[in-house]
Design a protein around this ligand. Structure first.
Ligand code: HEC
Ligand code: HEC
Ligand code: HEC
Length: 126
């Protein structure tokens, strides 16, 4: 016969050890990035869902367009206002903090775009 008195507590201990990383990490893994919303604008240059999914490609496309067409910074319109295709003078006109916006997600996703090696990020206010 099995010794229920030992197997059951043994199983409980085993299960606890097995799930402990999950319980232990809950505080951390639960941190959801919370990029700061622009105060000076209500909409992005494209719908938010599209931005979340493909802004990486968009900034590269802008760069290609600007450089290939010899600085053709064709404007994009958002909320009736025109913005040039530019990191610093486009995206960062609305997303005024790299730390509180771009970095907030990028740290979470463990990506470090190298763009800021050359491009100047806006001055962080606090
Ligand atoms: C006209 C101002 C403006 C410009 C220019 C702009 N954005 Fe936005 N962006 C916004 C606003 C406002 C939101 C939030 C919209 C909402 O939540 O409905 C947003 C949302 C986003 C989001 C989704 C954030 C989230 O909470 O999921 C990403 C990513 C983003 N923008 C990236 C960019 C990039 C990259 C550029 C340049 C290519 C850019 N934006 C240019 C105003 C702007
Ligand atoms: C809502 C979250 C979010 C915000 C806000 C955000 N990003 Fe990203 N970004 C991501 C994610 C997630 C990836 C990685 C995507 C992948 O690997 O497919 C990424 C990747 C990128 C990449 C490609 C990097 C690489 O190494 O592949 C660039 C360039 C980029 N983001 C630019 C920006 C800029 C500029 C801003 C601020 C204006 C910004 N992102 C804001 C989530 C965000
Ligand atoms: C080695 C330096 C360097 C790196 C790294 C770099 N760029 Fe650039 N980028 C430039 C230069 C130089 C220009 C041309 C500036 C001009 O014409 O005013 C430019 C222009 C651009 C433009 C159009 C003009 C503007 O003002 O923004 C975009 C958009 C752009 N880059 C996006 C990116 C993105 C996105 C990344 C990262 C994935 C990146 N760049 C990485 C040097 C760099």
């Amino acid at each position: 016969m099995y010794d229920k008195g030992k197997i059951i507590p043994g199983l409980i201990v085993f299960v606890l050890i097995a799930v402990s990383p999950i319980i232990y990490n809950r505080g951390n893994a639960g941190h959801v990035p919370n990029p700061e919303k622009p105060k000076n604008a209500k909409e992005c240059v494209r719908p938010v869902a599209e931005m979340r999914e493909s802004h990486m490609q968009m900034v590269i496309d802008w760069r290609t367009d600007v450089i290939r067409d010899n600085g053709a910074r064709e404007a994009v319109t958002a909320g009736g206002v025109k913005y040039v295709r530019s990191l610093q003078l486009g995206c960062m006109k609305c997303h005024t903090s790299k730390q509180k916006f771009c970095d907030e997600c990028h740290k979470y996703a463990s990506v470090e775009p190298y763009c800021w090696d050359c491009h100047i990020a806006p001055e962080e206010k606090d």
